[in-house]
Design a protein around this ligand. Structure first.
Ligand code: ATP
Length: 451
């Protein structure tokens, strides 16, 4: 006996399938669209049988949502091409409608008896990047194309959109995949240390250089170097990096002799580097070297049904992590997720689901558990640098935890201040600011393009 989910908007077809399958001893659950299907823990089913055209979303979305559960697609003769496309996207098989009962059962049995039919998650061939929207499909095909080459890639997208995942996927598709990918977050390394971190140094090159040090670029030789937040790289380090790209050579700080290196460079930024070039904050020659191929990662709010697909995937992960297999999204939670603007993108979504996994008392995740409200009050800084607050805001501030205060302060000032200024005003290092942003899920501002 197998557990089978039927997703079909026509009640008559649902009923006939139910009769057919229960008659064979299977346990059957019914749903009439993607949302009602997704309210179940899809991984628990042995098979999903889904119509291709469903109200409010296609059966394609279910292929992703259900992974690794196999999906048998039902389709009218008119959309056979679409069914073939579904197979390319990971469907186990398809069955034209109207169908012969015997033929359908043969297909169902063939899938159930074939363990290999359990599909890989419908993501970029095992790289963990989930997405069905047109923007993501376009990105996947570009990743596949640039992955095979050795060209420098500049990945652009808001904070938390998955730029690092994209960089990893490119590396894994490349001929360098058996070598390391070294990832460096230029925003997390203090400006004074960045050159020696990246390029290495000789013993005694500067105060504190007690021993020689191999830089991260040299360590990445033979593999891929991923420079995240490249817009934060100070101008002097930009000049050094340009030399590496032009000459394939590196000179450690304090060293005269260059060493040859063989790296593939992938960079990422949430900033508008062109604007930074115009403002004199980013070297034009370096920009053109980096921007050989530009990949744009869409913001989550532009990805339509991907929001729910990702939410279900993260929920399954959370359910496993907290050993709560029954966890599911209530219809209200689904609509809250679909309507949220996601300033922190996929990272914010991941955090929301993790939080829900902790807070939900029953199996049903409600909007409250997701904590998607926005912060409305924020302290305002005076030009003297002192923080000025209104009476109401003062009272609210007194009730704030340190983390709340940190978050309020960053959100209120990041359009006007650089990361260095923000860190200084908060009395923390840039690295600490970066780490707290990650921990608290505070996205970097898109309005501040430079500095
Ligand atoms: N399409 C996706 N499918 C699955 N998980 C994703 C996807 N996009 C992002 N994530 C997850 O969201 C989190 C943030 O992704 P990532 O660090 O790659 O974003 P980023 O754009 O590099 O962020 P930042 O600009 O802040 O460095 C990670 O945990 C990542 O695994």
């Amino acid at each position: 006996m197998a557990k089978i989910l039927i997703v079909e908007d026509e009640a008559i077809i649902r009923k006939s399938l139910r009769l057919l399958l229960t008659g064979e001893g299977h346990e059957v659950t019914e749903a009439w669209n993607v949302a009602t299907a997704a309210a179940n823990t899809l991984i628990d089913f042995d098979l999903v049988i889904s119509d291709l055209r469903l109200p409010g979303g296609s059966g394609h979305a279910l292929i992703n949502l259900s992974a690794p559960t196999p999906v048998l697609i039902l389709t009218s003769y008119a959309s056979i091409t679409a069914a073939v496309d579904a197979i390319k996207h990971g469907a186990a098989d398809f069955m034209p409608k109207p169908f012969d009962h015997g033929e359908l059962l043969t297909k169902v049995n063939a899938i159930l008896n074939n363990p290999a039919a359990r599909q890989l998650p419908a993501e970029l061939s095992g790289h963990g990047i989930i997405g069905e929207s047109d923007g993501m499909k376009m990105l996947f095909s570009k990743i596949k194309r640039v992955g095979k080459t050795d060209v420098t890639v500049l990945i652009n997208g808001e904070s938390g959109t998955g730029k690092e995942l994209v960089a990893k996927a490119i590396h894994m598709q490349s001929s360098r995949c058996n070598h390391n990918q070294i990832s460096v977050n230029c925003a997390a390394i203090p400006e004074t240390l960045i050159e020696s971190e990246l390029f290495g140094h000789q013993k005694g090159a500067f105060t504190g250089a007690h021993a020689e040090r191999v830089g991260l670029i040299e360590t990445a030789s033979g593999g891929t170097l991923f420079l995240d937040e490249i817009g934060e790289l100070p101008l002097e380090a930009q000049a050094r990096l340009l030399r590496v790209l032009q000459e394939g050579e590196i000179r450690r700080v304090g060293e005269v002799q260059p060493r040859s290196v063989d790296i593939r460079l992938i960079c990422a930024t949430h900033r508008n580097l062109r604007l930074m070039v115009e403002n004199g904050q980013f070297r034009e020659d370096l920009f053109y070297r980096l921007n050989v191929v530009e990949l744009k990662v869409p913001a989550l709010r532009e990805r339509g049904a991907d929001i729910l697909i990702l939410a279900q995937a993260f929920l399954q992960r959370v359910a496993k992590k907290f050993d709560r297999p029954g966890l599911r999204l209530s219809p209200e939670a689904q609509s809250a997720l679909a309507n949220h603007q996601w300033p922190g993108n996929v990272r914010e979504l991941e955090n929301a689901l993790e939080r829900a996994g902790i807070l939900a008392e029953s199996d049903w995740v409600s909007p409250d558990h997701l904590g998607l409200e926005h912060i409305t009050h924020a302290p305002v800084a005076s030009t003297s640098g002192a923080t000025v607050v209104s009476d109401d805001a003062e009272e609210a501030q007194q009730n704030m935890s340190l983390e709340d205060y940190f978050q309020h302060f960053v959100l209120a000032h990041q359009d006007a201040m650089s990361e260095t200024e923000l860190a200084k005003r908060l009395g923390v290092s840039r690295k600490c600011l970066w780490e707290r942003r990650q921990k608290l899920g505070i996205p970097r501002s898109n309005k501040r393009q430079a500095g």
